[in-house]
Each structure stands twice: as C-alpha cells, then as structure tokens.
Write a protein that binds this ligand. Structure first.
Ligand SMILES: Nc1ncnc2c1ncn2[C@@H]1O[C@H](COP(=O)(O)OP(=O)(O)OP(=O)(O)O)[C@@H](O)[C@H]1O
Ligand SMILES: O=P(O)(O)OC[C@H]1O[C@H](OP(=O)(O)OP(=O)(O)O)[C@H](O)[C@@H]1O
Ligand SMILES: [Mg+2]
Length: 286
C-alpha cells in the first residue's frame, strides 16, 4: 500500500510567532515537536508534516509550491513579494509596521522624499513609497533597526512596533499612519486549488479561535427568573436548561462572548442567577 500524501505545513521555528503558533496547533489537536532543534515533525494521525522554518522564509517556500501552507506574519508575506496569499488571519502576533524618527526632529510623512530610511522590510517599504511616488533611499538591515539612526546610517526607520518600548529606548518617536497592521496569518500559494486537507486544517484552527472568543457559562436560577437570565445570555442556539435537585430551580449552560463576560456575570447575578461559573473552552465548532 502506498504512503498517504502528507500536507506540508510551514511553522515559524523561532521569534515572536513561534510559541503562539505551536500553542495554537496543539490546541487544534496536532502533534508538535518537543525538541526545538527538530527541523520537521510528522503527525501521521492527521497526515501532516510540519517544517520549522524562519518566518521570513515561509512565504518563499509556500509561494514556490515547495510547501502547501504556512504560518507567518502578514508584514513578512507582503515584504517577500512571493506568489502567496493570506487565506486566514490567526488572531495572534499583532503588530504595526511604522515610521519613526528622533523625538523633536520635525520629520513627518510629508518629508520622506530624499531621506535615508533603515528597515528590515525593504519590500514592504518600497511598496509604500512606490504607491505614493516618493523617492527615498532604503537602507536594508537584518534587525535592531532602531540603532541605525544613532549610528548615522539613516534619518528615519520603518520597523515593527508592538508596545513601542524598543523605539522609546532609542529616543525615537512614531510619525504617520501605520504602513501595515500585521498579525499571524495562514498563507497558501496564490494559484492554490481546493484541498480537503487544507480545509480540515483551517476548520481546526478556526475552532481554536472561536473557543478563544467565548466562555462557557453555567449557573443555577429559579424558574421565575429563568426568562430574564436567558435574555441576558441567550447562547448561540439557545441555552441548555436542565433540572436541578432543588424544587423550582434549574441549571443553565450557555456560550457567552469572552469580551464583557465579567460585566455580564454581574448582570446575571442581579437578574437572579446563582453559582455562576465561567469556563475556558479548548476548541469549539459552531
Ligand atoms: N515585539 C513583537 N510583537 C508582536 N509581533 C512581533 C514582534 N516582533 C515581531 N513581530 C512579528 O512577528 C513576525 C516575525 O517577526 P520576528 O521578529 O519573529 O522575525 P525575525 O525578526 O526574522 O526574527 P528574530 O527577531 O528572531 O531575528 C512578524 O510578522 C512581526 O511583525
Ligand atoms: O514595540 P516593541 O514591543 O518594543 O517591539 C518591537 C520590537 O520587536 C521586534 O524586535 P526583535 O526582538 O524581533 O528583534 P529584531 O529587530 O532583531 O528583529 C521588532 O523588530 C522591534 O524591534
Ligand atoms: Mg524580529
């Protein structure tokens, strides 16, 4: 009997996305490497082979068709100019790609013409400049771009910003609108065909994201207050209502949005709910 064709999936091997990508794949039921030095891992149950690669290279492999699907940052996908497309945003690794200059320099987005701009995302920056007809010199660096100004290499930097701590430490301040709002994304080759195995992966990842957006709420309530509490927490397809071994009381279970769940708990209590529990979900397919 021939071996099944394995789905080839690229996963960041280190950096800002690696740990969250691994956690998400494990939550979706896949095996992941236990030794960070392993380069690949086969999950035979799901007929998937994972390749642990630099996030910057993942769009190249997927764009060429050497790998079927990959997880990388949207900014890295756009920077690569590879023939790959975003098929699903994964809800982690959020960052912005932004301009910064020394505090008080007076440089703004209207004064980019003729400047030297240091970045490790030359493709992404060039696309921004070309779209606006701006001529500026791009100084391409590998990382730690924030130091480029102090060292005289450039007057402006364009870099990934999350908390802004790195920029502040370098005495820089942001200017202009973000060039790109990034997060981790699932990518496929631009001319990909329909694939049941990739659909399976997307469904599983989606179920993890849905689970991250909801809590399961359990509570007890008297028959008299049931309608009021259901109106506050109607669930997705209506709550499950079971009898409780206490006369005139019911046990109720409903999915509730994670956002505002604690405020909802207060309102449920005021409406008569007691013994209210919020529980994390591991995965959830609605
Ligand atoms: N501090 C951060 N917070 C959130 N996302 C980030 C942060 N730094 C980078 N990212 C995002 O993670 C992705 C991969 O960047 P990362 O910094 O891990 O790659 P790298 O610079 O090639 O690797 P390394 O920094 O390990 O040399 C990019 O999409 C980037 O926007
Ligand atoms: O706004 P912050 O929360 O400070 O995060 C942004 C910093 O994080 C990344 O650096 P990384 O550690 O990946 O180093 P690198 O510049 O060498 O890639 C990014 O390049 C910024 O320098
Ligand atoms: Mg980095």
């Amino acid at each position: 009997m021939s071996e099944p064709a394995l789905l080839r999936v690229a996963v960041p091997n280190k950096g800002a996305l690696a740990e969250a990508a691994r956690d998400m794949l494990i939550a979706a039921g896949y095996r992941q490497r236990t030794d960070p030095k392993e380069l690949t891992l086969i999950d035979m149950d799901h007929e998937v082979e994972f390749y642990y690669l630099r996030p910057r290279d993942i769009a190249v492999y997927v764009g060429r068709g050497d790998l079927d699907v990959g997880i990388t940052g949207r900014d890295m996908l756009l920077d690569s100019r590879a023939s790959a497309v975003e098929v699903m945003a994964l809800g982690f690794g959020g960052s912005k790609f932004r301009f910064a200059a020394p505090s008080g320099s007076g440089i703004d987005e209207d004064s980019l013409e003729g400047k030297r701009i240091a970045t490790s995302y030359a493709g992404l920056l060039q696309g921004y400049l070309d779209d606006r007809g701006i001529n500026a010199e791009i100084v391409s660096l590998d990382g730690a771009v924030e130091s480029a100004i102090r060292l005289g290499v450039a007057e402006i930097v364009a870099d990934v910003v999350d908390t802004g701590t790195t920029l502040r430490k370098a005495g820089l301040e942001l200017f202009g609108d973000p060039i790109c709002f990034s997060e981790a994304v699932l990518i496929q080759r631009a001319d990909h065909e329909e694939s049941a195995s990739i659909d399976g992966l997307k469904t599983r990842l989606n179920s993890v994201m849905v689970a991250q957006n909801y809590f399961m709420m359990d509570y007890n309530v008297s028959q008299a207050d049931l309608d009021a509490t259901i109106a506050l927490a109607p669930g997705v397809d209506g709550p499950t209502v079971s009898s409780l071994a206490r006369d005139g009381w019911l046990a109720v279970r409903a999915l509730v949005p994670r956002k505002g769940a604690h405020r909802l708990m207060d309102r449920m209590y005021d409406a008569g709910a007691r013994g209210i529990l919020l529980t994390e979900l591991a995965a959830c397919r609605l």
